[in-house]
Design a protein around this ligand. Structure first.
Ligand SMILES: C[S@@+](CC[C@H](N)C(=O)[O-])C[C@H]1O[C@@H](n2cnc3c(N)ncnc32)[C@H](O)[C@@H]1O
Length: 276
């Protein structure tokens, strides 16, 4: 789809194909995100909110600001990421984590590398707490994302009650406080679980992730799909360089790495081991 073919609706701001191409080039440069042609309308609707908030009158002015201004660059990236996630999404990965923890009682570190609003790292933390029988096993859980807004939500650990409605009652009781009064309909991750996860901002396309230690397990799910192949292979190699020889790399359901057989080999459904 081009901007012209999507132009059936009246728009508040002028939005040209050049504007879209500039957005596309900028978000690729900053975050490695490859926007498909079909995202023309999504880009308009997400960024026009920024134009409105800033009182700007054109995409051209806005994109000029993004180039000059670091904080707006962050807002720009936040606006264009897709953050869909849920607790225990793709449950077989958490079963695989549980059996890894049972067979590797010396596990020290797990990294959730595109943690979005926190449901995934807290699902990891619940699994660790259940298998080790404690909130203070000493296993470090790192969680990161490029998007500063989702990281803030993740750190707060507050969710709509309906987001945990499908979890077994036992998990709901052990791992969440139920909101009352003005917080009715909300739940919050219990402090002990929240403290198990260390959040930090990491752009996976950066050349250095800043970790000194290596990881036993890396969850990197449903983010590679936004990158092109060369970026995927570069990011994958860098992630796997942080993985122990006997570590486990867990990918999203539609992420396959047949062209990266020199980096990882499959050992289960979207579960991989490093090739050394
Ligand atoms: C669809 S969500 C996946 C969330 C979770 N991993 C899951 O599978 O449920 C993709 C996440 O990747 C993040 N992301 C996109 N580009 C990134 C980059 N270059 N570095 C780090 N995170 C990125 C987005 O901000 C978003 O939160």
């Amino acid at each position: 789809m081009t901007v012209a073919s999507a132009e059936k609706v009246d728009r508040e701001y002028t939005y040209s194909q050049d504007d879209f191409e500039r957005v596309r080039a900028t978000v690729f440069k900053i975050a490695g995100i490859r926007l498909q042609d079909s995202k023309v309308t999504m880009v308009y609707s997400r960024l026009s909110r920024r134009l409105r908030a800033l009182g700007l009158s054109s995409f051209r002015d806005y994109l000029g600001l993004v180039e000059r201004d670091k904080p707006e660059q962050q807002e720009f990236v936040n606006a264009l990421t897709t953050n869909l996630t849920s607790f225990f999404r793709e449950p077989h990965h958490f079963e695989a984590l549980a059996s890894y923890l049972r067979s590797h009682p010396d596990t020290k570190a797990i990294w959730c590398a595109a943690s979005s609003t926190g449901e995934e790292p807290y699902s990891i933390a619940m699994t660790v707490a259940e298998i080790t029988g404690t909130f203070s096993s000493g296993i470090k859980i790192y969680a990161s994302d490029i998007d500063s807004k989702v990281l803030a939500t993740a750190k707060a650990g507050v969710y709509k009650a309906e987001q945990i409605a499908k979890l077994p009652k036992e998990r709901q009781k052990q791992f969440f406080y139920k909101g009352k009064g003005s917080k009715l309909g909300k739940v919050r991750v219990v402090d002990e679980l929240r403290k198990m996860v260390q959040f930090r901002q990491i752009n996976l396309t950066d050349s250095d992730y800043g970790f000194k230690n290596t990881m036993d397990v890396i969850f990197c799910r449903n983010v590679m799909i936004y990158f092109d192949k060369p970026t995927q292979n570069k990011v994958l190699a860098r992630l796997v360089s942080h993985l122990n020889d006997d570590g486990m790399y867990i990918a999203g359901h539609s992420e396959h790495f047949s062209s990266a057989s020199n980096i990882i080999r499959p050992v289960g459904k979207t579960i991989y081991k490093p090739v050394r």
